[in-house]
Design a protein around this ligand. Structure first.
Ligand SMILES: [Zn+2]
Length: 195
């Protein structure tokens, strides 16, 4: 697989100006590592209106691939080749795609991380949508973000919490047994094991 892009016309939701935009259908970050940086920053999925400067999200189905991850943003079930040796993930939106790339790029595994989110939500006592941002500091604190009151909140969680979840996942093979092909590893997926 190599990167595939097309040019589409996008209409600015602000001023209505139409302009051309390069849209990636396949992102091969193994062949083109510079694309990974543009995914991590989110820039690859932002359209900037040449007339008024307004930025809007480019939401097209896309397949992303790097050394550890093959992530597919699609509303349909699709067949994908090249899943040997990588984690295959289905994602529902661009934000989730970028988060998966961040998680694997940090050397983490999204399965224990989703369990770590569950524990963190319980400790917070709030039903919030946690997203992984980065590892931080000498102790590799896990930084999550979540929206609250119209703002993004940041939360640091000790790396030992992630290690505890990784140990739980390792002790319960039924969790990882179903991880073949493309799997949507998200909050709902995680909670099926916690009922
Ligand atoms: Zn505009």
């Amino acid at each position: 697989m190599s990167s595939v892009s097309t040019t589409v016309k996008m209409r600015c939701p602000g001023c209505g100006q139409e302009s051309e935009q390069l849209v990636y259908r396949h992102i091969d970050a193994v062949a083109e590592p510079e694309l990974k940086a543009r995914v991590l920053s989110g820039e690859l999925f932002l359209h900037t209106c040449p007339s008024c400067g307004r930025k809007s999200l480019i939401t097209f189905p896309v397949i992303y691939r790097d050394e550890h991850l093959l992530a597919c943003l699609s509303d349909r079930s699709i067949a994908v080749e090249g899943l040997e040796g990588v984690s295959g993930r289905l994602v529902a939106d661009i934000g989730s795609l970028i988060e998966k790339v961040k998680i694997f790029n940090a050397g983490l595994d999204d399965v224990p991380l989703e369990f770590c989110k569950f524990v963190t939500r319980q400790e917070l006592g709030k039903d919030v949508d946690l997203k992984f941002l980065r590892l931080d500091g000498a102790d590799n604190d896990i930084i999550f973000t979540y929206p609250e009151g119209g703002q993004m909140q940041m939360l640091a969680v000790g790396f030992n919490n992630y290690e505890d979840c990784r140990a739980i996942v390792a002790r319960n093979p039924e969790i990882t047994n179903g991880l073949s092909g493309l799997v949507r590893v998200d909050r709902e997926w995680t909670e099926q094991f916690l009922r």
